[in-house]
Ligand binder design. Structure first.
Ligand SMILES: [Zn+2]
Length: 302
């Protein structure tokens, strides 16, 4: 066992307040694509046409077919051992804990992560949100598939040359159109509608779209967790570079108050790996394999 791992585990078992900051890297070994990088989702699709409020206003049928396809992909994927390790951590007695996740794939929820301590700051593919101005209706953790009769079969992207093509993640070798090709034209009547508004107001995917702000209520909850009561002993940075706001600010603030940092990622700076950065450990590799091993002294076997 490496010196870094031993040091980390010594600190881990003494920690009474822990934060995990989770990014796309955790879900990679469940078969889901990351957002940036060579296999990134937004390299293959035009986000402006699919993941903005304007896109939904212009063509809700197209946007719902795109999200229907993404929901299906996420439903086919299974939570991995990394998700289950964090789930066990969330259920521990005597440790204050939150998971801040940037993932929208619902895999943490499906690993039985304690719901109150799972903060999905980019929303979830499985939340449905009313588009009405004064309506606050949100249907949380709706794993139904298809969501409406008309959305059946739209899980597949229609490709003119290859006919219908089921998609298992994104295959780089397939020449994917930069535009998502809808299977069919859908009228608003055929899309999910708000049960509260009662006038056909559409529900939209409950994810944070480009150009939208992160949910204030969750950010406040995170701020309170970090700033109130005991200081955070440890932040686990998992499958994310942690360099994008607000993720980067959490690491800095926790360090400033004496907390330590452990990074689990396929890409880590050499200085960190060599133990040259104070109060920071780096474990390079697949988070799904590393987490159960590293957290074992606290959570037991996964
Ligand atoms: Zn409504």
């Amino acid at each position: 066992m490496s010196k870094q791992l031993l040091e980390f585990q010594e600190h881990l078992v003494k920690s009474k307040k822990i934060v995990a900051l989770v990014g796309a890297g955790l879900s990679v070994s469940s078969g889901l694509p990351t957002y940036q990088g060579s296999q990134g989702l937004w390299k293959n699709f035009n986000m402006i046409d699919l993941a903005t409020p304007d896109a939904f206003y212009i063509d809700p049928g197209l946007v719902w077919q795109f999200y229907s396809w993404r929901r299906y992909g996420a439903l086919k994927a299974k939570p991995n051992r990394g998700h289950y390790a964090l789930s066990k951590l969330s259920q521990l007695e005597g440790v204050e804990y939150i998971t801040i996740t940037q993932n929208v794939d619902g895999l943490s929820t499906r690993s039985n992560h304690k719901r109150e301590t799972l903060l999905e700051i980019h929303g979830s593919l499985f939340n449905l949100k009313c588009t009405g101005f004064i309506c606050n209706f949100i249907d949380y953790d709706n794993f139904k598939n298809p969501l409406t009769k008309a959305l059946q079969d739209t899980e597949y992207e229609y490709d003119k040359q290859n006919r219908k093509r089921p998609i298992d993640g994104i295959d780089e070798n397939v020449n994917v159109s930069p535009q998502f090709l809808p299977v069919k034209q859908l009228s608003e009547k055929e899309l999910p509608q708000c049960p509260v508004c009662d006038d056909g107001t559409l529900l939209r995917p409950g994810v944070v779209w480009f150009g939208e702000s992160l949910p204030l209520q969750l950010l406040t909850k995170i701020d309170n967790f970090i700033e109130s009561g005991n200081s955070v002993d440890l932040i686990l940075v998992i499958g994310t570079s942690g360099t994008v706001y607000p993720a980067n600010s959490y690491v800095d603030r926790i360090k400033l108050k004496g907390g330590k940092v452990a990074i689990f990622n396929t890409d880590i700076e050499d200085d960190i790996l060599q133990g040259k950065v104070a109060d920071t450990w780096g474990f390079k590799g697949d988070a799904a394999e590393l987490l159960p091993l590293a957290l074992k002294p606290l959570i037991g076997d996964v």
